[in-house]
Design a protein around this ligand. Structure first.
Ligand code: KG4
Ligand code: ZN
Length: 347
């Protein structure tokens, strides 16, 4: 196909717009983080997020189009995140995307945010289906067999907290700001990972579900029992990161076994989502996968955390497959990846 796809992302606390070409070229990608708007509250406030999206989205789209050097006449389609996410914000991006598509007279694609993360390694590395996906974000922790576009099978998920949530909650217990992941990683760099004996929930169990709440409780208990010195905080951050690494590696090993039985030709583990920015975790996974005969592919950091290039790309893939959406496509707070294929075939 010719032309470019405009992508819009507003499902959480990043307002983003991007222009992507069908040959995987990212022509522009602008992301405005609302971190400062939410910092005082220790987490994302949905109402503040939605208002900030309204305020900034138009300008960001203008910038993305200008940086890409394209006008609306160059668009082959418009893609916007339709969920899952904070519904107020989702609706801001969704109606904006629909309006531009209608005005430009081009097809519209309602993108599932998780599919955006899932396909990001195809944009950055041209990874072929089938592949195993470890999706690690602030709201999710899943192992998914990606068989084809729109065809995803969940092998395992968290039974309590998402992995990014565990990083954020632990960071808060240790007196760090939001989001906690980057700060835990930085602090862990000067800590001793063996200083605290923390639990490894689910390790050694069958299947590949995750659990992180026990780890968080153990850390809370330690913070309540003693006053932590700066070195203790670093040691605890390092011990937490090591425990999370053990859990993820153990679960991923089982998933690789399950995936290899189903898809003997697939030998790639894609790690995507905000937590994939964690270098220590990536290294642990690289070592583990080598032993299982898999190769780890992780998109660059700017494609791991929320962005609109991955949304534009998911839109490009869907457009190429002839999968477009009507202008009454709904926004959804909840929208499991597994429901995609079914929704498409009955559409
Ligand atoms: O994918 P993402 O940008 O947004 C969601 O869709 O959730 O992920 C955000 C999450 C936050 O919980 C944040 O703390 C975590 O990713 N994160 C990290 C790192 N960078 C971001 N977690 C651990 N280590 C990091 N370096
Ligand atoms: Zn995300």
């Amino acid at each position: 196909m010719t032309g470019v796809v405009l992508g819009i992302e507003t499902s959480c606390d990043e307002t983003a717009a991007a222009v992507v070409a069908f040959d995987c070229g990212i022509r522009s990608s602008v992301v405005l983080s609302q971190l400062e708007d939410h910092r005082a509250y220790g987490g994302v406030v949905p109402e503040i997020a939605a208002r900030a999206h309204i305020e900034h989205l138009d300008g960001l789209i203008e910038r993305a189009m200008a940086e890409a050097g394209v006008g609306f006449a160059d668009l082959a389609g418009v893609a916007a995140t339709a969920g899952p996410g904070l519904i107020g914000g989702v609706l801001v991006g969704l109606v904006t995307g629909k309006a531009i598509a209608a005005a430009a007279g081009v097809p519209f694609v309602a993108v599932n945010h998780l599919e955006g993360h899932a396909l990001s390694a195809r944009l950055s590395h041209g990874v072929e289906f089938p592949y195993l996906l470890l999706l690690v974000t602030g709201g999710h922790c899943q192992l998914v067999a990606c068989a084809a576009l729109g065809s995803y099978e969940r092998l395992g998920t968290t039974i309590d907290d998402a992995i990014g949530e565990a990083f954020d909650k632990t960071a808060r217990l240790l007196g760090m700001g939001y989001p906690g992941g980057p700060e835990i990683e930085r602090t862990a760099g000067s800590g001793n990972a063996r200083a605290f004996a923390l639990p490894r929930p689910m390790v050694g169990r069958e299947g590949c579900d995750f659990s992180f709440s026990g780890l968080k409780t153990a850390i809370r208990r330690i913070t309540e029992e003693r006053t932590l010195s700066p070195q203790d905080v670093a040691d605890l951050a390092a011990s937490f990161q090591a425990a999370v690494g053990d859990v993820v590696v153990d679960r991923a090993r089982n998933a690789m076994r399950m995936f290899a039985e189903r898809f003997p030709q697939g030998r790639t583990l894609v790690v995507a989502g905000g937590v994939a920015a964690n270098a220590a975790l990536r290294k642990r996974l690289e070592t583990a996968t080598k032993k299982s005969g898999f190769t780890v592919v992780a998109p660059p950091k700017e494609l791991c955390t929320d962005n609109a290039a991955m949304i534009a790309w998911a839109g490009a893939e869907r457009l190429q497959a002839g999968l477009t959406d009507a202008l009454d496509a709904p926004g959804r707070a909840r929208w499991p990846l597994m429901e995609l294929a079914a929704a498409r075939t009955t559409a």
